[in-house]
Ligand binder design. Structure first.
Ligand SMILES: C[S@@+](CC[C@H](N)C(=O)[O-])C[C@H]1O[C@@H](n2cnc3c(N)ncnc32)[C@H](O)[C@@H]1O
Length: 266
C-alpha cells in the first residue's frame, strides 16, 4: 500500500533523527529538566495513581519512565524506535521496575506480548506518529477497562492575545513558515483518542516564554529538522538561534504552551 510505504519511510527518518539527537537531548535535559517536568505535569493533570503499571510509548531515553517510577512508584515498560535513545535510557534507568525496548509504537500488541496496563502514555511523542489511529487503537487493546491513554503535545508559542508567535518569528526572520511542524496534528490525535475512548479531556500547561530555553529546545537535531527541513544541522542551529532572537520585544507577554489530553477506556 503506498500509504504504508510512506509511513514506514517517515518512521525510518524519525528513528535516524532521534539516533542523532541522543547526546544533545541528554545535554538539554541536564540543563533544563524539562521532559521530567512535562512528564510530571502530565501525570498530575490526568491524576495518575501511584503503583500503576504504565506503558510509555516513545519513551526516548527513559526520562518519563524514571519520573513515573521515582515519584509514583510505577512499573514502566518503555518502547522507542531509536536504538540510541533506548541504549542511553538503559544506562540511566537503574530501577528493575523500568524495562525499555526498541520497537515501533504502532505495533504495541506485538511488543507487549499481551501484557495489560493501567495507563498508556505518550510524553511529547504522539505528534511524530504517522498513523495515530493505529497506535491509539493498539494502546486501547493493551489497557484494562477504566485505564487511561494520555499524551502531551508539541508546544505552541502564544502572544499576549493568543496569536501564533512562531509564525511571526518566521516572518521576521524572512524564512518560509514550515508547512508541517508535526506529523500528526492535535485534532487528529484527539479524534483518535475520542474514537477509542468515547470522551476526551483536554489540558494546557503554559509557561513564560524564555528565548534561551526555546533556542536550546529547538536546537535538538530532531526538533530543528521540523522547523528548517532540508537544511544541514549547523545551518539549522544558527537559524534557530536567530529565529527566537527576533521575538525579544514580545517575550515578556508571550507563553510557551503544551497541550495535553486523556481518555478512559470504557
Ligand atoms: C521528544 S522524544 C520524547 C521522549 C520521552 N517520552 C521523554 O519524555 O523524554 C519523542 C520520542 O518518540 C519516539 N518515537 C517517535 N515515533 C515512534 C514510534 N512510531 N514508535 C516508538 N517510538 C517513537 C522517538 O524516537 C523519540 O525518542
Amino acid at each position: 500500500m503506498p500509504q504504508a510505504g510512506f509511513n514506514d519511510k517517515v518512521k525510518l527518518n524519525v528513528r535516524d533523527n532521534f539516533d542523532q539527537s541522543c547526546q544533545m537531548y541528554n545535554e538539554f535535559e541536564e540543563k533544563h529538566h524539562f521532559f521530567a517536568s512535562l512528564a510530571l505535569k502530565l501525570a498530575e493533570n490526568i491524576n495518575l495513581k501511584p503503583n500503576s503499571i504504565v506503558l510509555d510509548v516513545g519513551c526516548g531515553n527513559g526520562i518519563s519512565a524514571q519520573v513515573l517510577n521515582k515519584y509514583f512508584s510505577c512499573q514502566v515498560l518503555g518502547v522507542d524506535l531509536s536504538e540510541k535513545m533506548i541504549e542511553s535510557g538503559r544506562s540511566l534507568c537503574a530501577s528493575p521496575e523500568i524495562r525499555l525496548l526498541v520497537g515501533d509504537g504502532e505495533k504495541l500488541a506485538e511488543l507487549t506480548g499481551g501484557q495489560i496496563f493501567d495507563y498508556v502514555l505518550y510524553n511529547a511523542s504522539i505528534f511524530i506518529f504517522p498513523d495515530v489511529e493505529k497506535t491509539i487503537k493498539e494502546a486501547a487493546c493493551c489497557l484494562r477497562p477504566g485505564g487511561k491513554i494520555a499524551f502531551s503535545f508539541y508546544p505552541s508559542l502564544e502572544g499576549g492575545g493568543g496569536e501564533d508567535l512562531l509564525d511571526e518569528a518566521f516572518r521576521r526572520l524572512g524564512e518560509p513558515i514550515p508547512r508541517f511542524r508535526v506529523i500528526t496534528d492535535y485534532d487528529k490525535a484527539r479524534r483518535a483518542l475520542l474514537n477509542n475512548c468515547g470522551t476526551v479531556t483536554n489540558y494546557r500547561w503554559a509557561r513564560p516564554f524564555d528565548i534561551e530555553f526555546s533556542q536550546d529546545f529547538f536546537s535538538i537535531p530532531a526538533q530543528s529538522a521540523s522547523l528548517f527541513p532540508g537544511r544541514n544541522y549547523e545551518e539549522r542551529r544558527e537559524l534557530v538561534r536567530r529565529l527566537f532572537s527576533t521575538l525579544s520585544d514580545l517575550a515578556e507577554r508571550a507563553s510557551i504552551v503544551w497541550r495535553m489530553a486523556d481518555g478512559v477506556k470504557p
